[in-house]
Design a binder for this molecule. Sequence first.
Ligand SMILES: Cc1cc2nc3c(=O)[nH]c(=O)nc-3n(C[C@H](O)[C@H](O)[C@H](O)COP(=O)(O)OP(=O)(O)OC[C@H]3O[C@@H](n4cnc5c(N)ncnc54)[C@H](O)[C@@H]3O)c2cc1C
Length: 811
Amino acid sequence: MKSDARVVVIGGGVVGASVLYHLTKAGWKDVVLVERDQLTSGSTWHAAGGFHTLNGDPNVAKLQGYTIALYDELEKISGQSCGLHRTGGLLLADTPERMEWLKMAHGRARYLGLETELLTPKEAKKLLPLIEERYFVGAMLDAADGNLDPSGTTHAYAKSARIGGAEIYLQTRVTALERRADGSWSVITDKGTLRAEHVVNCGGLWAREIGRMVGIELPVLAMEHMYLVTDEMPEVVEFNRTHGHELPHAIDFKAEIYMRQERSGMLLGTYEKACVPWQPRQTPWDFGNELLPPDLDRIAPSLELGYRHFPAMERAGIKRVVNGPFTFSPDGNPLVGPVQGLPGFWCACAVMAGFSQGGGVGLALSQWMINGDPGFDVWAMDVARYGEWATPGYTNAKVRENYARRFSIRFPNEELPAARPQQTTALYDLMLEQGAVMGDSWGLEAPLWFAPRGVEPRDVVSFHRSNDFAHVKAECQGVRNAVGVTEIANFAKYQVTGAGAEGYLSRLMTNRMPRQGRLVLTPMLNEGGRLIGDFTIAKAAADRFLVWGSSQAQIYHMRWFEQHLPRDGSVQVRRLGLGLVGLSIAGPRSRELLARLTDEDVSDGALRFLDHRSVDVANTPAIVNRVTYTGDLGYEIWVAPEYLRRLYLAIRDAGSDLRLVHFGMRALLSLRLEKNFPTWYRELRPIYGPFEAALERFVDLSKTDFIGREAALVEKETGGKLRRVSFVVDATDADVVGDEPIWHEGKVIGWVTSGGYGHYVERSLAQGYVPRPLAGDTASGAFQIEILGERRPATIAPEPLFDPQGRRMRT
Ligand SMILES: Cc1cc2nc3c(=O)[nH]c(=O)nc-3n(C[C@H](O)[C@H](O)[C@H](O)COP(=O)(O)OP(=O)(O)OC[C@H]3O[C@@H](n4cnc5c(N)ncnc54)[C@H](O)[C@@H]3O)c2cc1C
């Protein structure tokens, strides 16, 4: 065994083998993989080997498409068969809602370049005669689906990596990881110690335990999973004989089963409601090539339905039942990337669909390690998307919920209940009393909308406008016509201090830093000039700045902030979390309301747009920023958590005769749409540049030095490929929710990033990116946006529908 390597990959499942292969492919040769037992001896060897491209996140779907296309390359390099069966697959809808969901998925598939087709039950039956047609209302065919040999595929990755220069040590268990003084890692194994610049946790079933070796608790949990394989079935034999090819895969959402041909019989797997975690506390190190005892009773409800929907299956004998564990994160997507606070320690774990995702994970991670950037938008699988609130108990509840809902529809307005409430502010009970319907915002309860007295505070889930519509409208109108209050504790906040703070922030951000007592809005770019953040920054003192950003990206941004800290100790960055909480008041009467709560002069001349002040509000020591995301006159008032209740009660009292309304996140998002304001993670993502995103006024190219400047300069000169635009959509009873295709002259030319109903301007609105030359096509109905399978005319709104001159914010 070597004593030194640039990278040590821990774990020889399909994911570790893929990471190793991709590192060698990108040119890093000094890389090794350490495997406790044999290759595949975690969850990989007993997988059913199915692959598919569909994923709730289009960027993950793209990486799945990459994985599936990779297998031919691997076979060629390694000479090792992956045992590919590219059969295509059917997704079977049992209800009109499920069909709407398939239509949405079909729409998304268009811009991802995937081949999907919507079918009637009769057409579906032609492809898969086992179907009992009357139980289904339609289907979608995905041409890319298929299955492979898990072991052959893992060995094909490993062989290709070895050809590329990698070494693999089998029967070698990593027992500890230690950080060395020079920043590298000691990888201590039962066969000796390796020094490595980078360590990658591909530990699969043991990823959690490897995380614990470096003091972190990764939100990952294994679940038992069962599939059965039937004896030979005459129906299958007959189909193969007459058609000359295999049956396609199928997913029956109602029965919660997936199915595919296995030799001359069928393989049927379930995601049962009564699911069971495996080893919730500690995975035994001696777990090896054994399976878990099958429990057919647990999957009986699914089997019963499956037998009804595919009657031939009931007649078939069961040859074998496999029950094996594999891992999930709370939202079911992988945990990939560098871990904040542990330079050189990387994760590629919680990969629940290794044969759909393993290739994409390996590619993204290798690029990340080598170039400092994954090269894709991997936010949906970034390990940084979870915070400290994702404890083992939280993970357990969420993973079970996710597993049991694997084949359930997630409606756009649906909030999932497991592990909630996890974090609450001091206003939680008061908000509930006020009729709040709560949503989860990065582990924190945040009001979505308020049900008036006599109305049940509950969402009716739907793809269409729902029961909250009239109430969110009233909230929006209340803000625009008088004044509203909303809780904003869920924003991310950071404090940057030290003699070097200003220079440091200026280098990270595209905008110039504010003068003391002022705010700026600023994007943040990576080296490639792509958007990786969007912040509001206040200069509180010569050497102290406060920074507000997106709640979900707190760890993601802290990771970046820490990576770029000067080594001389002249700057300190602290995430404030719920140590700073607040309320926003917005609307034309918000100044009057604020004036009642403070002795300070809050007139327009004294407290201007984008001013930042430390003042007493309702006798609490507060920070007031004159800015709001509603695009109206408004203020953010920030306090320590112990003052929040007092502040809120005072606002409520002082606003009672000003027609004060409570408004939630849904109204806030509707109000910002009317101003064409973008939002992080939807419009602002690392696949877009600042000029494409129409943020040019926040990029100060006269600054000579900031990260991404060169690329931004080029983008400015060329104009970029895309342009963010806002549309007015001719919608009826369903608005866009995001990811719908945008059509222009019969072709899909882009997709919707977000949208909804603009309740004050009374228009259905959408934002999205289109090729730049088309952004000037403002003709009425020049575009179409596909909502639930129907193309609705859409017209670019070149300026905000509400207050295009921005007078309301500024006066
Ligand atoms: C019954 C079943 C059916 C499935 N069907 C499918 C399917 O159809 N399609 C699909 O895509 N996925 C399927 N999966 C999921 C798939 O198996 C996983 O996505 C995949 O195996 C994850 O691979 P991995 O490399 O992350 O983890 P693992 O396969 O668990 O590999 C981790 C490796 O790390 C090694 N290791 C751990 N700790 C150490 C250490 N300290 N030192 C050295 N080595 C260590 C382990 O020995 C192991 O070999 C199925 C899973 C099950 C259980």
